[in-house]
Design a protein around this ligand. Structure first.
Ligand SMILES: *[C@@H]1O[C@H](CO)[C@@H](O)[C@H](O)[C@H]1NC(C)=O
Ligand SMILES: *[C@@H]1O[C@H](CO)[C@@H](O)[C@H](O)[C@H]1NC(C)=O
Length: 555
C-alpha cells in the first residue's frame, strides 16, 4: 500500500513535470506544434522550427502576410535559408520560400509566461547567412538553446532575404531595395503580435545581431516602422553608420547585374530583372573579392540597404530620434578588421614578409581619397604618431589591422553610441570592446601570434559554444561565455546589463557623451576592464578632423 502511494506520487510528479510544455500554440496563421526537450529534472524547453511569419515573397517586393493554414502545422524542422550564393560564390543554395522563424522557450516546473524575448538577426554582408539549421555537422552556431536556458529568456531567430533578391535596387521606385530589411521588420512585428501565446512578453523585445546583422539591428531601431515594437537592441560589430551598411549609388550595381543577365539598362530594366530566374539573378549578384591596399574589399560590399524614403525617410544618421526610448548596447571586436586586412594587405599575416610603410600609405590614401593628399598626410601622422623612429614589423602590421578595424567598425560604432546617447530620452546606452584573443592566434595561418579578436569571434561566446562543444574550449572560455550571456540576458530583462538574474564580473557603466565609458569583454575581466574614451585620437580624426578637410574628389 505504501509502495503504491509512492508510485502514485511519482506518477503525479512526473505528470506535473512533463506538463511544463506549451503543447499546441495558436498563432495568427494557425496552430503550431514544436518539440519539447528535457534540459534537467525540472527544466524543459519548447523548440519551434520553421514557423512562417510571412508568405512566399514576390520578387523585389515587400513581404506579404501569410494566408494561414488549417489544422496543426508541425514545426520541428528548419526550413531552407533564403536563396543565396554559397561561401565561395560558385553556386546557389536555399529557397525563395524562406520567411520563417524559430523559437526557443524555456520552462521551469511550470509553463513560462511573460518572459523577455531576444530576436537574433544574422550577419553575412547582406549577401549570405541564415538562421536555419546546422552550419557545420550537428553544430548549429545560432541555436538559441544555451541563451534561452541559461538566461531564462525566449530566443527567436529569423530568416530574411539577402544578396540580389534581398537588396538589389535602382535607387528609385522601380526597384526600391531593402526587401531584406522589410523581412526582418515583418518578423519583428509578428513576434510582437504572437509571442504572448509562447509565454513571451511583447513589451520586452530585444533585438541582437552581428556584422550586417548588427547594422540591421541598428536600422530596425532607426526606422519609424518599428515604433513601440522594440524595447532594446544589441549591435555587435556593425551599426547603421558603417560605410558598407548603406549603398549611396545602388543603380550602378543594378546595371551591372542587368548586363550579366541580358536585361536592358533602360526603363525596361526592372521588369526584365523581375522575370529573370532567381538563381541566375543570385549568381549575377556575386561580389568581386579582388582587393588591394588601393581598393579595399569593404568597397565591394554593394548589395546593402539604401535610403529609400520609406524604410528610411532620411539618412540613418538623422533618424536617431526614433530610438530615443530604446536601450542600446553596441561594440566591436578589438581586431574586427583583421579578416578584411588579410585580403587587402596579405603581408600582415606573414611571418616572413614585412608590411611596407608604402602599403600603409596606399591603404590610408584609399580610405581618405575624397580629401586628397591632405587627408592622407593627416591620417598617416595620426596612425604613426606612436611609432618612434624605427617601428617594428609587428607594430606596422598591427597598425594596418587597426586602420581597417577603425574604418569598417569601430569609428562608426562610436559615432552611433554618441548619437544614441545624445538623442535618448528613456533609452540607456552601453559601449563594449571584445578582446578575447582568437583561439588560433599563433597556431595556424592566417592568425599571427599577436592576434586579438577577429571579426565574428564573439559569436561562439554569445551562443554558448564553450558549453555545447566543451572539448574545443578551455575553462576560461566558459567563464567568458557565461559573462556575456549574463550581460546580454540581464539587459534583455531590465535594460541594465548589470541587473537581472545572472551575476556579472564587473559593473558596466552607462556610456555618456562626456565620460565615454566602455567595458572590455575578456575571460579575465574584472572591474579593471572598465575604460573611458576608447581610441579617442582616432575617433577624433575620423569624425572631426577628416570631415572638415576640403573635399577634392567625389565619385
Ligand atoms: C572562472 O571564473 C571563476 C570565478 O567566477 C574563477 O574562480 C576561475 O578561476 C575562472 N577560471 C578560469 C580558468 O579563468
Ligand atoms: C521585462 O521583463 C522583466 C523580467 O521578466 C520584468 O521585470 C519587466 O517588468 C518586463 N517589462 C519591461 C517593460 O521591462
Amino acid at each position: 500500500m505504501a509502495m503504491l502511494g509512492i508510485l502514485t506520487a511519482a506518477a503525479v510528479f512526473l505528470q506535473t513535470v512533463s506538463a511544463a510544455s506549451l503543447g499546441v500554440v495558436t498563432t495568427e496563421g494557425g496552430k503550431v506544434k514544436g518539440k519539447s526537450i528535457y534540459l534537467g529534472l525540472i527544466r524543459r524547453m519548447d523548440v519551434f522550427k520553421g514557423i512562417p511569419f510571412a508568405d512566399i515573397p514576390g520578387r523585389f517586393e515587400k513581404p506579404k502576410p501569410h494566408p494561414g493554414w488549417d489544422g496543426i502545422l508541425k514545426t520541428t524542422e528548419y526550413r531552407p535559408r533564403c536563396l543565396q550564393l554559397n561561401l565561395i560564390q560558385t553556386d546557389t543554395r536555399g529557397s525563395e520560400d524562406c520567411l520563417y522563424l524559430n523559437i526557443w522557450v524555456p520552462h521551469g516546473s511550470s509553463v513560462s509566461t511573460n518572459l523577455p524575448v531576444m530576436v537574433w538577426i544574422y550577419g553575412g554582408g547582406f549577401l549570405i547567412g541564415g538562421s536555419m539549421g546546422a552550419n557545420f555537422l550537428d553544430n548549429y552556431l545560432y541555436s538559441g538553446q544555451e541563451i534561452a536556458d541559461r538566461g531564462n529568456v525566449i530566443v527567436v531567430t529569423l530568416g530574411y532575404r539577402v544578396g540580389a533578391l534581398g537588396f538589389l535596387s535602382t535607387g528609385d521606385s522601380d526597384l526600391p531595395g531593402n526587401y531584406g530589411l522589410w523581412d526582418q521588420q515583418a518578423a519583428i512585428a509578428w513576434v510582437h503580435r504572437n509571442i504572448k501565446a509562447f509565454g513571451g512578453d511583447p513589451n520586452n523585445i530585444t533585438l541582437f545581431g552581428e556584422s550586417a546583422g548588427g547594422a540591421s539591428v541598428s536600422f530596425q531601431t532607426l526606422t519609424p516602422h518599428n515604433k513601440g515594437l522594440i524595447k532594446r537592441a544589441i549591435s555587435q560589430s556593425g551599426v547603421g553608420l558603417c560605410p558598407w551598411a548603406i549603398n549611396k549609388n545602388p543603380r550602378k550595381f543594378a546595371e551591372e547585374v542587368a548586363l550579366k543577365v541580358n536585361c536592358p539598362t533602360n526603363e525596361k530594366m526592372a521588369a526584365c530583372l523581375k522575370m529573370t530566374d532567381p538563381e541566375v539573378l543570385t549568381m549575377a549578384g556575386s561580389l568581386s573579392m579582388t582587393s588591394s591596399p588601393d581598393s579595399p574589399l569593404v568597397y565591394n560590399l554593394v548589395l546593402s540597404p539604401v535610403v529609400d524614403g520609406d524604410f528610411f525617410p532620411d539618412e540613418p544618421g538623422n533618424l536617431f530620434h526614433n530610438a530615443a526610448e530604446i536601450d542600446f548596447i553596441a561594440g566591436v571586436n578589438d581586431m574586427d578588421g583583421h579578416l578584411f586586412t588579410g585580403l587587402d594587405v596579405p603581408s600582415v599575416n606573414s611571418h616572413l614578409v614585412d608590411t611596407s610603410i608604402e602599403d600603409v600609405k596606399r591603404l590610408l590614401g584609399a580610405l581618405t581619397q575624397e580629401k586628397g593628399s591632405l587627408g592622407l598626410d593627416n591620417a598617416y601622422s595620426t596612425y604613426s604618431l606612436d611609432w618612434g623612429s624605427s617601428p617594428s614589423r609587428e607594430t606596422i602590421k598591427k597598425t594596418v589591422v587597426a586602420i581597417e578595424t577603425d574604418y569598417i567598425f569601430l569609428i562608426p560604432t562610436q559615432a552611433a553610441l554618441y548619437l544614441h546617447s545624445d538623442h535618448a530620452t528613456t533609452g540607456r546606452t552601453y559601449s563594449y570592446i571584445f578582446s578575447e584573443p582568437n583561439r588560433m592566434g599563433g597556431l595556424i595561418m592566417p592568425y599571427p601570434g599577436w592576434m586579438g579578436a577577429d571579426h565574428a569571434d564573439d559569436l561562439q561566446y554569445v551562443f554558448g559554444k564553450p558549453f555545447t562543444t566543451p572539448l574545443g574550449y578551455w575553462p576560461r572560455h566558459r567563464n567568458l561565455s557565461r559573462y556575456i550571456i549574463a550581460y546580454w540576458t540581464n539587459f534583455a530583462k531590465t535594460g541594465d546589463p548589470n541587473k537581472g538574474d545572472m551575476k556579472v564580473p564587473a559593473t558596466w557603466p552607462e556610456f555618456t557623451s562626456t565620460g565615454h565609458q566602455y567595458l572590455e569583454l575578456h575571460s579575465k575581466m574584472d572591474k579593471n576592464y572598465v575604460g573611458q574614451k576608447l581610441r579617442m585620437r582616432f575617433v577624433h580624426f575620423w569624425t572631426s578632423v577628416l570631415p572638415n578637410l576640403p573635399t577634392i574628389f567625389s565619385e
